[in-house]
Design a protein around this ligand. Structure first.
Ligand code: WQD
Length: 336
């Protein structure tokens, strides 16, 4: 049985990916320092899958802890989620973001090189494309100067991986996520935003739950049909499954190349107002919202051309926006 290390495996996307890995028969070992999640997620994963993954509470920034981990664990592949991800915070704490997101990546790649390990998957982001010159975004679209420090850690992260892959012959895939939303159908795992959510869907569900008074829609003067910005919202379970597809590609020798990157989205763009209307409809409630100014740094529209990912990974999304927004609400209702 293949053993896969998942860093950040108790986070939002990590936990959903661990569930899918276990469902597919992989052995999973998680590293997570609980900086943005709780240990109870481990129990939830165990409840869903009937199997408790191995777990180490350690910090990927600790080179010596990482060495000890690899001394004691032989793994066949690594999926690296562990990172800071708040765009706004990244502008206030750039050094923390560069240190956390890049040192952990470098240390992991050094271990991979030193031990002749292979098969590395990196959480990248569609934010590397910036404002699109044309839509939908293919993998050939130019990578732009990042709008945020967070985005820059993903851009630089990909460059580090590319160079390491080429020099040391490591097989790697970066998955450029569009906007992951929703939660597992059991509502046992989901997104756990700390404090006031910056992302749309957690803000929507918290407003519906009465935790926030009103949702602000950031701008209705974009040159889009209803004036609000467009994104590609992908159900987190579909996104988790893209990791399994990428892992299988890496584990299959015939398909190997040193560094590849894929767009992971639905291919469909949805405006903020469409999200709100769909959320209201599927969950049969009304959302209190108002239009405010644009949010600095936001792009007008971003959605994926998924042709390459669909073909090369033999993967496609299966879940609708309706399902994603229903699951997000079901998850919200579980929170105290
Ligand atoms: C979506 C749309 C907002 C909140 C960011 C990062 C990206 C990734 C995901 C991950 C935009 C609008 C939002 C609100 C609103 N990072 N909005 N009111 O900005 O596309 O992507 O998060 O970890 O790298 O850049 O996602 O969910 O913040 O916004 O109107 O209260 O909703 O303006 O159009 P974004 P988002």
């Amino acid at each position: 049985m293949k053993k896969i290390l998942v860093t950040g495996g108790l986070g939002f996307i990590g936990s959903h990916t661990v569930v899918e890995l276990q469902n597919e028969g992989f052995d999973v070992v998680i590293i997570d320092n609980l900086s943005n999640t709780t240990i109870s997620v481990l129990d939830s994963i165990t409840e869903i899958t009937g199997k408790k993954p191995d777990y180490y509470n350690l910090d990927v920034r600790s080179k010596s802890d990482l060495k000890t981990f690899f001394d004691n664990n032989k793994v066949d592949g690594i999926i690296h989620f562990a990172a800071f991800k708040a765009v706004g915070e990244s502008m206030e704490k750039p050094l923390d973001y560069y240190e956390n997101n890049l040192s952990s990546l470098i240390y992991l790649l050094q271990e991979i090189k030193d031990r002749n390990l292979d098969n590395f998957i990196f959480s990248s982001s569609a934010t590397v494309y910036g404002e699109a010159d044309s839509l939908p975004l293919t993998e050939d679209a130019p990578v732009k100067k990042a709008e945020s420090v967070y985005g820059n850690t993903k851009k630089i992260g990909e460059e580090i991986i590319r160079d390491a892959s080429n020099a040391h012959n490591i097989n790697t895939i970066a998955l450029r996520y569009f906007n992951p939303i929703g939660s597992h159908e059991t509502a046992k795992i989901g997104e756990l935003p700390l404090g006031v959510p910056a992302n749309l869907i957690p803000f929507v569900t918290q407003t519906a739950a009465g935790i926030r008074e009103q949702l602000s829609v950031f701008g209705d003067d974009y040159p889009t049909e209803d004036g609000t910005a467009i994104r590609d919202y992908i159900h987190v379970v579909d996104l988790a499954k893209a990791h399994i597809a990428a892992l299988k590609r890496l584990l299959n020798k015939d398909n190997k190349k040193s560094f590849e990157y894929f767009n992971v989205g639905t291919g469909k763009g949805t405006s903020v107002l469409e999200v709100i209307k769909t959320f209201e409809k599927v969950n049969n409630l009304k959302l209190n919202y108002k239009i405010v100014d644009r949010r600095p740094g936001d792009v007008m529209a971003s959605y994926a051309d998924t042709t390459t990912a669909n073909r090369e990974l033999n993967w496609k999304t299966e879940k609708s926006l309706e399902e994603a927004l229903a699951s997000a609400w079901k998850w919200q209702l579980q929170q105290k």
